[in-house]
Design a protein around this ligand. Structure first.
Ligand code: NAP
Ligand code: ZN
Ligand code: ZN
Length: 348
């Protein structure tokens, strides 16, 4: 066991603070990662504040992890010391169920082991990337392409894959009208990815404050949802709507914007139930769906896709000591567009 520095939550209401956590010895199939950067996802906030329940404290969050391999187990073949690698939301799964066999470990029938807040095989609680080092099985780490700086690669490990996977699954591409609801961490990645896939992209944001950014990231249209005219103008328009909003929305208003056979996919994960009027669906054979992150193979794919298309999240780099301030700014939709922790500030 190795003791490492981390930043952790101690309760749902206390600020995050420093904590020493233990990482297991590097097993034959494990790699040790020297973490350089970790993105701050809204899910980190939902989790530590108990929005989704079932939290064991203390817990160090963080599942947008980019770093360098510092040691490898005897049997490791995929990665070598010095390689640039990333870890997203999962650190293990059963590997044998139909979902794992398909490379969709996020839907593992036995439940994937999440990067933090899960119980690992050794019975220990997992801790995430708000820490200096991580030990993971080699096949849960992906390669970071040369063209991507580690600081901007980090948010692709969650915000990137979570939006890429449903855009691919529901066929975003030429001739498709795609709306992205919410211009936050996930939303600003979704705009770039859907644009690069060739779709006609519309942003639906609460205000027009981030319109210039949205257009420069590849959106063709940008509307404020605070303006009731938006819902009149855009009725029956979209083939696909990706809802990235962390709070409860009037789903029926958004469903009315779908064309015949259109699908509204929720990736935003508010804790409160959302009410759907069945008439919003059946009048135009519409669907309402959800999507959870993406598998390991697809996570490699989105990193390669970003490198190839020059896509990168817009980030604000912070020292670990500023994490509580960053959480408040995320909650106030005041982030452009992802906070990333410079993990060297934890090493001092
Ligand atoms: P974020 O950076 O805070 O972005 C969320 C955006 O939603 C905000 O920027 C804001 O956009 C909009 N918004 C916030 N509150 C709103 C409200 N009350 N009404 C309307 N719009 C509101 O968060 P994120 O990191 O992108 O994460 C977004 C959600 O996705 C979270 O719930 C997170 O847990 C979830 N998530 C799910 C998965 C998955 O696998 N399904 C993976 C990662 C994250 P505007 O300012 O443009 O309105
Ligand atoms: Zn996340
Ligand atoms: Zn499985």
């Amino acid at each position: 066991m190795h003791d490492v520095h981390a930043y952790a939550a101690f309760s749902a209401t206390d600020p995050l603070g420093p904590l020493t956590i233990s990482r297991r010895e590097v097993g034959p199939h494990d790699i040790l990662i020297d973490i350089k950067y970790c993105g701050v996802c809204h899910s980190d906030i939902h989790h530590v504040r108990g929005d989704w329940g079932g939290v064991t404290y203390p817990v160090a969050p963080g599942h947008e992890i980019a770093g360098v391999v510092a040691a490898v187990g005897d049997e490791v073949t995929r990665h070598a010391v010095g390689d640039r690698v990333g870890v997203g939301c999962m650190v293990d799964s059963c590997r044998t169920c139909p979902s794992c066999q398909k490379g969709e470990e996020q839907y593992c029938h036995h439940g994937a082991t999440m990067t933090y807040g899960s119980v690992d095989r050794d019975g220990e609680l997992t801790h995430g990337g708000y820490s200096t080092h991580l030990v993971v099985p080699e096949d849960f780490a992906v390669r970071i392409p040369d063209g991507l700086d580690l600081s901007v690669a980090a948010p692709i490990l969650c915000a990137g894959i979570t939006t890429y996977s449903p855009l691919r699954h529901w066929g975003a591409g030429p001739g498709k009208k795609v709306a992205i609801v919410g211009m936050g961490g996930l939303g600003h990645m979704a705009v770039q990815l859907a644009h690069a896939m060739g779709a006609e992209v519309t942003v639906l944001s609460q205000t027009l404050n981030k319109m210039q950014d949205g257009l420069s990231l590849g959106a063709d249209h940008y509307h404020a949802t605070s303006d009731p005219e938006t819902f009149k103008k855009l009725v029956n328009t979209f083939d696909l709507i990706l809802n990235t909003v962390s709070a409860r929305l009037d789903l029926n208003a958004y469903l009315s914007l779908l064309a015949v056979d259109g699908t509204l996919v929720n990736v935003g994960a508010p804790s409160e139930p959302l009410a759907v009027q069945v008439f919003s669906l059946l009048m135009k054979r519409r669907s309402f769906a959800g999507s959870l992150i993406g598998g390991i193979r697809e996570t490699q794919e989105v990193l390669d896709f970003c490198a190839e298309h020059g896509i990168a999240p817009r980030i604000e780099l912070i020292p670990a000591q500023k994490i509580n301030e960053a959480f408040e700014r995320v909650l106030a939709s005041d982030v452009r567009y992802r906070f990333v922790i410079d993990i060297s500030t934890l090493k001092k």
